[in-house]
Each structure stands twice: as C-alpha cells, then as structure tokens.
Design a binder for this molecule. Structure first.
Ligand code: GLY
Length: 395
C-alpha cells in the first residue's frame, strides 16, 4: 500500500492552544444533554427515536433501524454521569427487545449489529454484569459473522447476501461494528470473530482510503474471487468526493481497532484520515456534510463533527505523549466539541426532543437534512463524558 505523505495540519497553531472554555461551560453542556435524555424517557418507553428528527423532533419508532442503540447508549452515559437509576432502568428495559430482534431475525440483515449490540448489550454487560445482555451480544456477533466472506476477508454492509445490488459491498462505517467482534473473541476465547474483524479492517483500509487520505464511502468486491472492484458513494456528494461522516467513522473505527490489536498501522491510518478531515473544516470547525465543501451555503453535519471529536480523543490517547499529534488531536477535539456546545445545541429550543442541531442523515436521499440525528446526539454526549469525567468505552 503506497500512499502520499500525510499532509501537515493547517490549524496546528490553533490546536496547540487549549480552548478558553471554563469548567462550567462543559458541565452545562452535559447537563443539557442529560436533561433532554431524562425528559425523553416517557416518550421512548418501548420505542426508540428515529435516525433523524423532523423539524427537530424525533418520532418514536420500534426497534427496526440501525440507530436504536444510540438511545440505550445515551441512557447508559446519563446513568454513568449521574448515578440516577431511572436511566439504568430505562436502558435495561430495552434489553429483552434487543434480544427479540435477534430471535425473530427482524431487521438483522445488516452489519450494524455492531452499533446496535455494543451500545445496548455490551454496555449493559460491561457496566452491570448482566449475563442475559452478554449472551445476547454474543448471539449478535454470531449473526454478524454470517455476513463475513472468507475469500475476500470482508463483511458485507447491507441487505441480503444474495442481493446482487449489495453483494460484496463494504462501507467505511463498518469500522465501528468491529468492536463487537473483538469483544466476542475476548469473551469466548474463540479467535474466529477477531480474525474476521482484523481482515475486514485491513481490506477496508486498503481499498476505502484513497492515496490522498480521503475515503470512499463504499467499495465492492467480487465475493467469488475476492477481487476488489470499485469505490462508490451512497451518502456523499459524488463517488470521488469524501463524505464527512464516513471520514469520521474511519478515524474513530481505526483508533478503536487499535485498542484491541495494537497494530501501529491503524494509528497511521487514523492519523492520515484525521489530518485530511481537520484540514477541510470551516471557520467554526463543524464540517460540511461532504468535505468537498469548505465554505458556502451547504449544510453542516454536526454528527460528523461529534464522531470525529470522539475519534480524535481515542486516537490522541493511543498516541505516545512525545508524538506532537497527541496534543494537537486532543485540543482539536476540544475546539470542535466546544463549537458544537456553543452554537449547535437545542439549549434554547425546549420544543425539540433532540440534543444536537444541524446534522445531515442522507443529503442525496433528501433524508434528515439539517436535523437532529440519533448518532449526532449520542457521539456529542459521549465526547462530553470523555472530556469531563474520563470514560471507559463501551466499544
Ligand atoms: N452508518 C450510516 C450512517 O452513518 O448514516
């Protein structure tokens, strides 16, 4: 794999300084998020916020989408932050429902079982030792493994394995689904899950990351021969542009894989993706929905900013203290998060049941454009918890 040198960081002067927010600023931001989560508990009992809001209000939907666990993830974060058992009870009430989704094979033909079962059941097991949640997460890992193509060493993202439109397609988001597999290997001492995760991230990095450290959203492989075919987009501006949230998934996903297997190349991949992302941010550091845009009237994607902030914090913590990026990435995350907390929240919008404004779910699809997003809310809150109290990941 030969790539151009990772570009320098254009905002290194800004990121070498700690942003000037007082401790109260950060705690007020977290209190706002926790307050919204608490208010939302009665609305989402036995249901979940949809992936994106309409007019900044989420509908309540059943457990059918890839985003249901961002709600349980928020409940767990709020419980850890406050000790208020109402959050824990609400999160635990969702676990049988996550189990039923697997038992009924309802909406399980997706690689997003990683997102779904990490932020619900793995979190439950890690935080409270709930063995039913552990067994459920292991079952999810087994169902996810059905999507693994041994020959190509990849996990198919979407749809039925026989669907010609989806066969052999990977997407950069999948990096976030791999922690479920690493965790399953640790729990069972069966290396099979981990080998699949390692082969997938290797193939994803080889083919989804372009020579200049931008990324394709999706890439197709021939599942019979394992041959790489072509890169395309689904939610980005064009096949050869760089979808902001995808780049953010790549930063965070590589840093998380490093947590499990300590392959230094993963850190270099995360570094290259991070510098490319950080060098294409507008003045207030909240990315446009595609990094092809650096100014002008296109929408921002606050969720990409929040995911990148979590990824930069994870990456920074993995880099040694003598690496200049250790500090630059940490401060960069604080600058981005501070900008979100200052100007992108629903603090002054009591009619909204979301936390973070101005996300984009799928611009080409016209879906959830300039709305709250379930993932934006979750990663914004995760980033706040990381910087305010320190945090042991559910991932
Ligand atoms: N993983 C799907 C998305 O980021 O929209």
């Amino acid at each position: 794999m030969s790539r151009s040198a990772i570009e320098g960081l254009s905002r290194s002067a800004l990121f070498s300084k700690t942003p000037e927010y007082e401790a109260q600023f950060w705690t007020a931001a977290l209190n706002h998020a926790v307050g919204k989560i608490k208010t939302n508990i009665p609305t989402f009992r036995a249901s979940y916020p949809g992936p994106a809001s309409t007019g900044n209000v989420y509908p309540a939907i059943p457990n059918v989408d890839w985003t249901a666990s961002f709600w349980t993830g928020l409940l767990w974060l709020a419980w850890e932050s406050t000790g208020d058992n109402g959050f824990r009870e609400a999160a635990e009430a969702c676990i049988p429902d996550f189990r039923a989704r697997l038992d009924n094979r309802s909406h399980t033909e997706t690689h997003d079982l990683g997102f779904l079962y990490t932020l619900s059941c793995v979190a439950s097991w890690r935080l409270t030792g709930n063995s039913f949640a552990r067994a459920t997460a292991l079952k999810a890992a087994d169902i996810l493994m059905i999507r693994y193509y041994e020959k190509a060493g990849i996990i198919q993202a979407w749809g039925n394995l026989t669907d010609p439109a989806q066969q052999g397609r990977i997407i950069i988001d999948c990096a976030m689904n791999l922690p479920l597999l690493y965790w399953a290997s640790e729990e069972t001492r069966n290396p099979y899950y981990r080998e699949a995760a390692e082969r997938h991230i290797k193939a994803a990095n080889q083919y989804l990351i372009r020579d200049n450290w931008s990324s394709f959203h999706t890439f197709f492989f021939d599942t019979e021969t394992g041959a790489p075919l072509k890169g395309t987009t689904h939610q980005g501006y064009s096949d050869d542009s760089c979808w902001s949230r995808g780049q953010a998934w790549g930063i965070y996903g590589n840093a998380l894989s490093y947590r499990y297997n300590r392959d230094p190349q993963l850190l270099e991949n995360a570094r290259g993706l991070a510098r490319y992302f950080l060098n294409r941010l507008p003045e207030d550091l909240v990315a446009y929905w595609d990094l092809i845009f650096v100014d002008g009237p296109e929408e921002r994607d606050s969720s990409a900013a929040a995911i990148a902030a979590c990824g930069l914090l994870e990456l920074s913590a993995a880099l040694p203290a003598i690496d200049p990026d250790h500090r630059l990435f940490e401060q960069g995350a604080l600058h981005i998060l501070g900008s979100l907390a200052k100007s992108y929240t629903t603090l002054a919008m009591p009619q909204s049941n979301g936390i973070l404004l101005h996300g984009v779910y799928g611009k080409p699809q016209g879906s959830g454009v300039d709305e709250c997003t379930a993932f934006g809310d979750y990663f914004y809150t995760e980033a706040l918890v990381r910087v305010i109290r320190g945090w042991k990941p559910y991932w």
